[in-house]
Design a protein around this ligand. Structure first.
Ligand SMILES: *[C@@H]1O[C@H](CO)[C@@H](O)[C@H](O)[C@H]1NC(C)=O
Ligand SMILES: *[C@@H]1O[C@H](CO)[C@@H](O)[C@H](O)[C@H]1NC(C)=O
Ligand SMILES: *[C@@H]1O[C@H](CO)[C@@H](O)[C@H](O)[C@H]1NC(C)=O
Ligand SMILES: *[C@@H]1O[C@H](CO)[C@@H](O)[C@H](O)[C@H]1NC(C)=O
Ligand SMILES: *[C@@H]1O[C@H](CO)[C@@H](O)[C@H](O)[C@H]1NC(C)=O
Ligand SMILES: *[C@@H]1O[C@H](CO)[C@@H](O)[C@H](O)[C@H]1NC(C)=O
Ligand SMILES: *[C@@H]1O[C@H](CO)[C@@H](O)[C@H](O)[C@H]1NC(C)=O
Ligand SMILES: *[C@@H]1O[C@H](CO)[C@@H](O)[C@H](O)[C@H]1NC(C)=O
Length: 475
């Protein structure tokens, strides 16, 4: 076949590109040494639109002449079993869920899709698309799970995401049920090294699905559910407005790679309250384009990597994050407490962040700003950086793991961090000797009260590079 050389070259290029793009920036890298620091790094950042962009349902399309048999439109409750879902944990119930979704979505009034208790529904990767006629409640009282691992994942389904809610306004995902991501076989895939017991390196996932993704949606509530063992991120919200998360319980093993609890990106007006997350990565990660985020009464850990803003500024990108509050929370036996991480070469700003009344238990880097985030040894020194300013740490108390200093401020050489305020900080070693030297590099700010351990390395005032560049449009 004449074209085969050309074709295979083309396929090779496509394959190579896909492989490269999907692995770039996704490798765990340990103990990357920059001159200023050498702690554990990881990235939990992928960004991909749905592979098959879902077509929004056409508002002009005729309504089905009659609702499917046995659906109880009059009460506005759509039980998935009435659409043929079996719930034996084996049967593929995807079509039944889609039909229930479509009927509820087209119903005139606000409607409830019910996933009853006592059943276990297996559904494939699905994009549930709006807009719907009215508000929608997906009431999960039973169990929902995907096919068990990559071998049985349908070849033509996206491996990047499992349940996707797209272009929905006013939806509540709630109930006392369980969403079981069956992540183990994904975590075991031999693609990406991650941290094992006693400093060993274990294989980890390649393209693993995010369990639940809300994309370009608004006025969302997620509450009461238990979510466990996601193959990758448990929740991802991107391009959403007004998100209220409450009483969630998210679990994944300590050594499950990239299982961030809740990741938000380009999303604003977010409340995350009264939730418990223990997993193998960040409990909450806040990406670029987020503002007005309020996190309260979160219990994070054991095993997790804390609450992170970032990583931001990868590939010289511009990132804006502002007005973020995390308060009245507990972080225990975690790699990080409250963290801001940015790459060299980025631009934009992180500003107006408050971390208040946070209790730490044996946390490795309770307070950390890292502007030298890097996943390989050879990140180039660059002169631009995401500007970090107006960060308040108040009432951060408890214990730290003495392998790292309890406070670590590594700010860019060219764009220092400014207006960093420390108030009422009391951090003691969980075991062993006090680490008396908090780490500071190019960080300006002030102590409102004396801290334990004492910090004497904050620079006073405003650096010239910032005051001389008042016109810089940071964000
Ligand atoms: C839709 O709902 C509105 C208000 O609830 C009601 O007035 C209207 O009659 C309903 N239309 C149909 C076709 O059911
Ligand atoms: C995947 O393949 C199955 C079987 O060939 C087909 O029925 C289904 O529509 C396909 N799904 C997508 C999203 O293309
Ligand atoms: C890890 O190290 C500890 C202490 O050195 C040892 O007791 C334990 O057996 C090791 N675990 C494994 C799986 O090697
Ligand atoms: C979200 O809800 C508010 C209040 O009901 C409404 O004003 C707003 O338009 C909704 N947002 C979107 C994007 O529809
Ligand atoms: C904090 O959240 C937990 C559940 O994680 C809940 O039991 C507790 O009542 C909440 N506390 C407050 C003050 O709301
Ligand atoms: C900051 O975000 C909170 C919600 O978390 C909001 O109520 C407040 O108005 C925002 N502040 C500003 C200055 O926008
Ligand atoms: C980056 O700069 C530091 C000094 O600020 C220097 O020690 C290091 O070698 C530089 N790295 C590269 C890759 O140029
Ligand atoms: C410093 O940051 C705090 C928030 O932590 C803010 O309220 C204050 O206005 C900032 N000060 C200046 C001079 O920008």
């Amino acid at each position: 076949m004449e074209h085969s050389n050309c074709l295979s070259l083309f396929l090779f290029c496509v394959y190579f590109l896909c492989f490269f793009l999907s692995t770039q920036g996704r490798w765990h890298h340990h103990h990357t040494k920059h001159m200023h620091h050498g702690h554990h790094h990881k990235i939990s950042e992928i960004s991909a639109p749905p592979l098959a962009a879902p077509a929004p349902s056409d508002p002009l399309a005729p309504e089905p002449s009659s609702p499917p048999e046995n659906s109880d439109d009059s009460t506005g409750v759509f039980d998935v079993r009435k659409f043929g879902a079996v719930g034996d944990g084996v049967t593929d119930d995807t079509e039944a869920f889609k039909m229930a979704w479509d009927s509820a979505c087209q119903a005139n009034s606000s409607s409830i899709i019910h996933v009853p208790n006592g059943f276990s529904f297996m559904i494939q990767s699905t994009i549930f698309t709006g807009p719907c006629q009215g508000g929608l409640v997906l009431q999960v009282d039973g169990t929902i799970m995907p096919p068990d691992g990559p071998d049985v994942w349908p070849k033509n389904n996206s491996k990047r995401q499992w349940l996707v809610f797209y272009r929905i306004n006013e939806m509540s995902l709630q109930g006392g049920g369980v969403i079981n991501g069956r992540g183990q076989k994904w975590w075991d895939l031999p693609c990406k090294p991650h941290k094992g017991i006693n400093g060993t390196t274990l294989p980890g996932p390649c393209d693993s699905p995010i369990a639940i993704r809300f994309f370009m949606s608004s006025n969302l509530t997620v509450k009461g559910l238990k979510v466990k063992d996601s193959p990758q991120f448990n929740f991802r919200f991107d391009g959403c407005q007004n998100v209220h998360v409450e009483s969630l319980h998210i679990t994944a093993p300590v050594l499950s790679p990239n299982t961030d609890g809740i990741h938000i990106e380009n999303t604003n007006g977010v409340e995350i309250y009264n939730s418990v997350i223990s997993n193998g990565d960040d409990c909450i990660s806040i990406g670029s384009g987020c503002h007005d985020v309020d996190i309260r009464n979160l219990t994070c850990g054991p095993g997790s990597h804390g609450i992170s803003i970032g990583s931001l500024g990868n590939h010289n990108s511009r990132a804006c994050v502002h007005n973020i509050t995390v308060r009245d929370s507990v972080i225990r036996v975690a790699d990080n407490g409250v963290r801001i991480k940015t790459w060299q070469g980025g631009s934009g700003a992180v500003s107006g962040v408050t971390f208040s009344n946070i209790h730490m238990e044996s946390v490795r880097n309770p307070i950390i700003i890292d502007q030298f985030y890097c996943l390989t040894k050879n990140c180039m020194n660059q002169t631009s950086a995401v500007y970090v300013s107006d960060i308040l740490y108040e009432g951060i108390k408890g214990t730290y793991d003495v392998r790292s200093p309890p406070m670590h401020f590594a700010c860019s050489d060219s764009v220092p961090c400014t207006n960093i305020t420390l108030s009422d900080i009391e951090l003691f070693p969980a075991q062993g000797d006090i680490v008396s030297d908090p780490f500071c590099w190019n960080v300006y700010g002030e102590l409102e009260t004396l801290t334990i351990p004492p910090v004497s390395c904050l620079l006073e005032g405003v650096p010239r590079s910032i005051s001389d560049n008042k016109d810089t449009d940071y964000c």
